[in-house]
Design a protein around this ligand. Structure first.
Ligand code: SF4
Length: 351
């Protein structure tokens, strides 16, 4: 069971990224993921590679073609099927995947098909819910792997809701038992919620033999990022030893205030994000007793999609924060004023 995580530093901040990779490796991370979105990120990766012997995974979003440049420097590439539709719409997702598979074969890389409920592609058929769309996307991409005769791949199916993570991974494992699964509750928020949500999903799945790698996502300061690995390893050890959390005391968990927050990464638009997520969690305590989901996201990658499904959402831009109610944009506010605006909107909503 490989415990993995992702750097929250800017990939182009080479010293900080190398330092964080080493911290994560020392904590026991079997794989460390980095975001690469541009040629400048690839150049940074080239300089990072000789400074660490950690197994590196690159997280590609829209810029799938970068795989050709970065392949010699990493062991694995994660792509998100939902983001393959954005660039070069004249090229089919199947052809984009073929390009990635060809590069992966030539460079002995593994691939991860990383499906995320917050950024699903246009796989929706009439009446399909998020789980069905996500599964259809995963099956489609597994089929591409088989058509192009590529076996070194793993699938992840992530949601911010632990029960959805259990349901979708159980179903996938039933349909495609031969495909390895990477497990994660994405945007699990801050501690202790992030650990509770991860344990809810992982303990259940791992105990059934579902899952080959895991990541615990925590919105936490860069200097404490190794907590993701330490907690992940603890969960694996507990399951191996037959120690399971008694979730009876959490029976109402998720029925009150639920703050979803991404763990942040190189793409985070403003370094104030983690602080903002903490301020939101403290501030919304005044609504204790109400049933509210508030999503706080670090950038535009999963920000717009994940906030669509929350009662209120915030997603960060470099100098302002987009504040939403459901799918509607309320406005764009400075980092210093947005929490008060959120509270005003929630109070109004209670009238
Ligand atoms: S939402 Fe953006 S900043 Fe947050 S983890 Fe995802 S890609 Fe990184």
């Amino acid at each position: 069971m490989a415990v993995q995580t992702m750097c929250a530093t800017k990939t182009q901040n080479i010293d900080a990224t190398v330092k964080q990779i080493e911290m994560l490796k020392k904590a026991g991370a079997a794989l460390v993921r980095l975001a690469v979105d541009s040629k400048a990120d690839v150049e940074a990766l080239k300089q990072i590679r000789p400074q660490t012997d950690a197994n590196l995974v690159v997280d590609l979003q829209e810029n799938y073609g970068l795989i050709k440049d970065l392949a010699p420097y990493v062991q694995k590439v994660r792509y998100n099927p939902g983001h393959l539709h954005h660039r070069h719409p004249e090229i089919s997702p199947r052809d984009k995947v073929k390009l990635m598979i060809d590069v992966a074969k030539d460079n002995d890389l593994a691939l991860r098909i990383g499906v995320n409920f917050g950024s699903l592609g246009p796989n929706a058929g009439a009446g399909m819910d998020q789980m069905q769309i996500a599964l259809s996307s995963a099956y489609e991409h597994c089929d591409y792997m088989e058509q192009f005769d590529f076996a070194s791949y793993v699938v992840s199916l992530k949601s911010s809701d632990p029960q959805s993570v259990i349901n979708i991974n159980t179903e996938f494992a039933k349909q495609r038992p031969q495909v390895p699964l990477h497990l994660g509750v994405t945007e699990a928020g801050m501690l202790p919620d992030a650990e509770i949500k991860s344990r809810m999903a992982f303990e259940k799945l791992l105990a059934q033999g579902i899952g080959d790698t895991i990541r615990v996502s925590i919105a936490i300061a860069d200097s404490e990022k190794d907590s993701e690995v330490i907690i992940g390893k603890q969960i694996v050890d507990d399951v191996n030893a037959g120690r399971f959390t008694d979730f009876r005391s959490f029976k109402d968990y998720g029925t009150g205030i639920n703050v979803i927050a991404c763990p942040s990464c190189s793409r985070v638009e403003n370094g104030k994000f983690v602080q903002l997520a903490g301020l939101v969690r403290e501030a919304v305590e005044e609504f204790k007793g109400r049933r509210l989901t508030i999503a706080v996201m670090g950038c535009r990658v999963n920000g717009p999609g994940e906030t669509d499904h929350a009662d209120f959402g915030m997603w960060c831009a470099p100098t302002f924060v987009n504040l939403k109610k459901g799918t509607n944009l309320i406005g764009q506010f400075g980092y210093g004023e947005v929490v008060e605006k959120l509270l005003d909107e929630i109070r109004k909503d209670n009238l």
